[in-house]
Design a protein. Structure first.
Length: 166
């Protein structure tokens, strides 16, 4: 019996972490998704700035991604927007791998900068680069957004229709 328990434990330990998996609600569309997010825009990445490393994040990098806003459906009419993101992970908190010079449909949420601790484990944080409580935009997970050359994103843009110009 002990061999089976040991084999089960070894199997669980050797299974790799699964990537972030999104499950979309029935009937969810690009247009209905705009109801769930306060900021929706299409823009080009001007800069992807690597922020200082935090030892507690065990190598997970953080970025400030600056976009030139080409059109927007929700949010303020700013010509540029900065999103703060982390390397993609199993927690669906990544930044989508935004690349300088590429155009994206972006759904974002506003949050305040703080350090996130789960139990006694430091998850991620921003207070070393932004004063605690500063309003910041972060990419929303599991949206119809992404690089505008992707067919699914082009379909989402057609559904959204013409946005406003900043």
């Amino acid at each position: 019996m002990n061999r089976f328990v040991l084999l089960g434990l070894l199997t669980m330990v050797s299974v790799p972490a699964l990537p972030c998996t999104c499950v979309s609600a029935a009937g969810s569309t690009a247009k209905t998704a705009t109801n769930d997010y306060p900021v929706v825009f299409r823009g080009t990445v001007l800069e992807r700035k690597l922020l200082p490393q935090r030892i507690e994040m065990k190598g997970r990098r953080r970025y400030a991604i600056t976009f030139r806003v080409d059109e927007y459906w929700k949010g303020s009419p700013d010509r540029t927007r900065i999103l703060y993101g982390v390397d993609d992970g199993t927690d669906c908190l990544g930044d989508g791998g935004y690349e300088v010079g590429k155009n994206y449909l972006v759904y974002a949420v506003e949050q305040v900068s703080k350090d996130q601790v789960l139990g006694d484990v430091f998850w991620f944080g921003w207070t070393d680069v932004l004063p605690e409580g500063t309003h910041m935009l972060v990419p929303a997970a599991c949206t119809p957004g992404g690089e505008t050359t992707v067919a699914m994103v082009r379909t989402a843009l057609r559904e959204l229709g013409k946005g406003r110009t900043p």
